[in-house]
Design a protein around this ligand. Sequence first.
Ligand SMILES: Nc1ncnc2c1ncn2[C@@H]1O[C@H](COP(=O)(O)OP(=O)(O)OP(=O)(O)O)[C@@H](O)[C@H]1O
Length: 341
Amino acid sequence: MTTRNETKNLPLREEPPLLEIRHLHTHFATEEGIVKAVNDVSLTVREGETVCIVGESGCGKSVTALSILQLIQGPHGRIAGGEILFGGRDLLQAAPNDIRRIRGNEIAMIFQEPMTSLHPVLTIGEQLTEPILEHRPVSRRAARLEALDLIRLVGIARPEAVYASYPHELSGGMLQRIMIAMALSCHPRLLIADEPTTALDVTIQAQILDLLRRIKEERGTSILLITHDLGVVAEMADHVVVMYAGRIVEQAPVLELFRHPQHPYTQGLLRAKPVLHRREPRLYTIPGQVPSLAGLGDFCHFSDRCPQASDLCRSRQPELLPIADGHEAACWLYGREVSAP
Ligand SMILES: Nc1ncnc2c1ncn2[C@@H]1O[C@H](COP(=O)(O)OP(=O)(O)OP(=O)(O)O)[C@@H](O)[C@H]1O
């Protein structure tokens, strides 16, 4: 079968990505100066794709996610520039009412600590039905049945009992499942999950990751997953974005990133990941720590921790540039023509 484009001998047009962040800058005014928590970040999430943002604490992962939903707290915090295109439309230009509609309806977010996102004196059932009733014209009875289905979908065996429970009566793993059920209640096209398994023990962590994978496969939901755990990245990601000090330092499809990490920071993160059957006297850690993001100058911000840093790295910021197909890194090691500063 030929498509119209083939008969006309034109290349097939690619669907626009579901989410495209272009040159995003998010700043906080602090006593130490302007903190550039997100500094010129561009990334893409396609339909049905899982993109993981990885990096140590304080690299700007959560602020990137909060910026998408415009949950940056003013007056100290603000989005200072860039575009966030969702389905081709710039969210930064959308009216507050539109953003409220998109939040929950088309983009949903789950956080690290489910307890802080649930109301302690409302039952799980009340909290699950409320967003359904708010966003869609359905009866209370239909919303209840839908909520019970969602509880079942996230792998809870006795939905009625959980429906009638209060948050404090459930375990951390159950609460995180409920958070996922709430996020799914309006069939979002994009699910943003910020360290959704960090507070859970490893068995429950694996179950929650399984659940997210199943949702992606069965519903075609795109996922933007934030984690500091490369094990989670290996299991979940199609594409990986590595952030350091508010900037993207490397991004690539998952296999490419694990096989050919290019940036010394990514290489350090991978070296620091425990590997089964490889005994080392002590687990490697990257020396030093993420710098404060206030008033950083024009140089590679990883240079003071980098085993391969040169004078050039300490005097100019490298740009994020292509290395291979779909693979980009911001590092002076990769043979760029350098003009005198
Ligand atoms: N409300 C705020 N006011 C001032 N600085 C902030 C604020 N929120 C975040 N930051 C700063 O922005 C930077 C990035 O923070 P962010 O929470 O995005 O990091 P992260 O990579 O998600 O780390 P973690 O895994 O610990 O959440 C940090 O230096 C942080 O101190």
